[in-house]
Write a new protein. Structure first.
Length: 359
């Protein structure tokens, strides 16, 4: 199992200076690159101060100039906000500017708050149609001349300029929730991104079973990779658990506001909606959050990660940006590199039988 980070600039108060925000994030990026993380993922969001990410390609290009080896991914491009031709060209250029390190993650989108402003009020549940039309079109544009006549977009013969550096194209990842999306993503050769959000560990098993079924139902394609993301905070003092749990609950209340459009947003700062309006409010019980999230001492984190590894997760993404203090974010990366990741890398690879061709 590989380990990655989800990072973005975040402001929870207008008093927080953007220069400090930017510099702190870059420090985390450099730590992750030097520490051996697989990928740095960053999202796309608009008009929201706690997720400052209007164009992930500009962020990844910036990170690429300050890193050497870590992969750089979008988690995720929101398909309804883009045109296939624009996405193909911007992604390909980013691939060149990062020396072939781009991982392209794409999704239908989540926040109704944003859909009301960037997608004409389209219900976010309907964004999947855009994603399913977008991915094949972008792949064709990367290949060469292509004319598109779809349900959502139409354009005459054109091509991506530039073409991507990675051939045949950068790895594509699809954020999946329902079984039909899992099945479609596997069929088109995409890897799967999943997140249990604030749900208990039973949701990890649920998402894993969807992935396994989609793979089993499509034996004609190569097995894709399976990625999962959780909020994470690693600390040395067991008593520190209360800090990330409280911040995670507050973060979730803001998320619910934006997801369902049930609260106010003032100058980009979303209201933390009351528990009475939160769906699945049991997920916000402190003990449930403490157990479900990757919060704990290094030994506790190793034990929790075994469950994800057993579920078939290939890449575990730690979301460290949810208003945790900068020093706790740095400590999480430091402890992951020093005490957690070695527990998984030092185990021997399973013995593989030689291929009949070379036996």
């Amino acid at each position: 199992m590989k380990f990655s980070l989800s990072l973005h600039m975040e402001r929870f108060s207008p008093d927080k200076d953007m220069t400090v925000v930017k510099n702190n994030l870059l420090a985390l990026v450099r730590m992750a690159d030097e520490g051996g993380f697989q990928t740095l993922w960053t999202p796309e969001h608009h008009a929201i101060e706690f997720m400052i990410a209007p164009n992930p390609f500009s962020v990844l290009t910036w990170w690429g100039d300050h890193t050497e080896r870590v992969r750089l991914g979008t988690a995720t491009i929101v398909a309804p906000y883009w045109n296939p031709l624009r996405l193909a060209g911007e992604a390909a250029l980013c691939d060149h500017l990062t020396n072939g390190r781009l991982e392209l993650g794409i999704a239908r989108g989540a926040f109704q708050y944003e859909f009301d402003r960037l997608a004409g009020g389209l219900p976010q549940e309907q964004g999947g149609a855009h994603m399913r039309e977008m991915v094949p079109a972008v792949k064709e544009l990367w290949h060469g001349n292509y004319e598109h006549d779809g349900d959502i977009w139409r354009f005459p013969k054109s091509t991506s300029v530039p073409r991507p550096l990675q051939q045949p194209h950068p790895p594509i990842w699809v954020a999946a929730r329902d079984p039909n999306t899992y099945d479609w993503a596997v069929k088109v050769g995409a890897n799967i991104m999943a997140t249990p959000l604030s749900s208990p560990m039973a949701e990890v098993t649920n998402l894993s079973n969807k992935f396994k079924k989609a793979v089993a139902d499509n034996p004609q394609v190569s097995k894709p990779k399976f990625l999962m993301m959780r909020r994470a905070c690693v600390y040395e003092n067991p008593a520190d658990w209360e800090v990330p749990v409280k911040l995670s609950i507050d973060y979730g209340r803001s998320f619910e506001n934006l997801f369902h459009n049930i609260g106010t947003v003032d100058n980009g700062f979303p209201e933390k909606v009351s528990y009475d309006t939160v769906v699945n409010r049991g997920n916000y019980d402190p003990e449930v959050v403490r157990e479900a999230m990757l919060f704990g001492t290094p030994d506790e984190i190793v034990e929790k990660l075994h469950a994800y590894e057993a579920a078939g997760v290939d890449e575990m993404v730690l979301g460290v940006c949810f208003n945790t203090p900068f020093e706790m974010q740095k400590k999480t990366i430091e402890l992951m590199v020093r005490e957690v990741m070695p527990e998984f890398s030092r185990r021997p690879e399973p013995t593989k039988k030689p291929s009949p061709v070379f036996a």
